[in-house]
Design a protein around this ligand. Structure first.
Ligand SMILES: Cc1ncc(COP(=O)(O)O)c(C=O)c1O
Length: 404
């Protein structure tokens, strides 16, 4: 066998040895971040590809033969512009929409356009790990904003920013997931959004609005997007087709002011996202978006209700609290102060129940405030498995002395 080539002196200073995660699933998998495979409209997506070929094969062939436009498929941008107007009251032209390889890429491009090493960014005190990882990769300092069951607390935010300014620590921008937040499940009511926008203008802070979960809703209607409430350019809006359709499609998008778009695209490597996926999404959603949501969201409600009911049966005596989301994928479990459910996560996983421990979502990464919290995804397993898995989780917590 040849001697192994040694890269030690060749690797770049910025590169680091990154472990490649092996995805494993617990018997009751509440750790995932997506709906169940059986809810994906695979037949419909395939049908829309076939229809596109049957009706205009020349055009499809051409689209497939060329590298996609850096902003992505014109047809899907056109559909997205209509979707934003109809669903979110956001009026933007297709040329103000950039399609990306999932919304994760959109978030990364915007972060790079806005962030110098050491810049301070505000995010909900518990927030999506993927974005936290990107902030860290680009050397931002993330500071948590106080939240309650209705998300960011405007008064606390105003006070926090003025205290930071007094210490010469002016934050640069705000990142928020206002609808069915990941991990807490909360949605920020309109009156708070209006207050937060006023604060953003007062301190000149752009808002990076991540609306990833807006299409997943089984109760009442969505709150207006920050972007719909403010047309000045201070709001950068990011969303995704991952949760509505399928993460495997890798398609998301963002919209912002023209200069913000150009600066963000400066960090884009290569061409726009997968044209095949764009074609399938465009064809499918143009005629099936509402029926898909009508199939999908009642199922999501059953899943949510079964987990909530099982929590009521099995966790009420523990003094636990949990969020009551109207959509999205997650319930945020809050065990009493002093319960450590972070350090036993791996043991609980090996006994059959997966969850993500609260410490992983801490904006400031201090490891100080999250150990009695867990994110439970109710969207993946069946209602029966949600019920049984929560019962088992309660038994395991008792066994490990988390609760009596
Ligand atoms: C809040 C939030 N934003 C963005 C993403 C990224 O999703 P994608 O890149 O699949 O669009 C996720 C994925 O879980 C998420 O939870």
């Amino acid at each position: 066998m040849a001697t192994k080539f040694n890269y030690d002196k060749i690797f770049s200073a910025k590169s680091s040895d990154t472990p490649i995660n092996i995805v494993s699933h617990a018997k009751y998998d509440f750790a995932v971040a997506y709906p169940a495979p059986e809810t994906l409209p695979m037949d419909g997506l395939i049908h829309s590809l076939t229809t596109a070929m049957d009706t205009n094969s020349e055009k499809v062939n051409k689209q497939m033969a060329y590298y996609p436009h850096v902003m992505g498929s014109e047809e899907l941008r056109d559909f997205t512009s209509e979707k934003l107007k109809n669903d979110r009251g956001i009026v933007v032209d297709k040329d103000q929409i950039v399609l990306t390889n999932g919304s994760g890429e959109a978030i990364g491009l915007v972060i790079q356009a806005l962030t110098n090493p050491g810049d301070i960014v505000l995010a909900e005190e518990f927030v999506y790990m993927g974005t936290l990882n990107q902030f860290r990769k680009f050397d931002a300092e993330v500071v948590g904003m106080k939240i309650d069951e209705e998300g960011i607390i405007p008064e606390a935010l105003d006070q926090q920013i003025s205290e930071m300014i007094a210490l010469d620590r002016l934050p640069k921008y705000i990142y928020t997931i206002p609808e069915h937040q990941n991990p807490t499940g909360s949605s920020i009511p309109k009156h708070r959004r209006e207050q937060i926008l006023k604060i953003a203008h007062k301190y000149n802070l752009p808002i990076l609005e991540d609306d990833c979960y807006v299409d997943l809703r089984y109760e009442s209607v969505a709150e207006p997007a920050f972007r719909a409430l403010d047309d000045s350019g201070i709001v950068i809006y990011v969303a995704s087709f991952s949760k509505l359709l399928a993460p495997g499609l890798r398609l998301g998008y963002f919209t912002g002011s023209d200069d913000l778009i150009r600066r963000s695209l400066n960090f884009k490597l290569g061409s726009g996202p997968n044209q095949f996926a764009a074609l399938a999404i465009d064809g499918y959603l143009r005629s099936n978006q509402e029926s898909h949501k009508d199939n999908f969201n009642p199922l999501l409600r059953d899943k949510y209700q079964s987990m909530n009911e099982s929590l009521l049966e099995n966790f009420s005596d523990f003094g636990a609290k949990w969020s009551k989301p109207k959509g999205g994928c997650y319930i945020w479990l809050n065990m009493p102060e002093g319960c450590d459910i972070s350090s036993i996560r791996d043991k609980v996983f090996s006994e059959g129940v997966g969850y993500i421990a609260g410490t992983n979502f801490e904006a400031d990464g201090s490891g100080q405030i999250g150990h009695n919290y867990a994110r439970l995804c109710f969207a993946f397993e069946s209602p029966e498995k949600n019920r049984d898995g929560i019962k088992l989780l309660a038994d395991i917590f008792k066994k490990y002395g988390v609760v009596n």
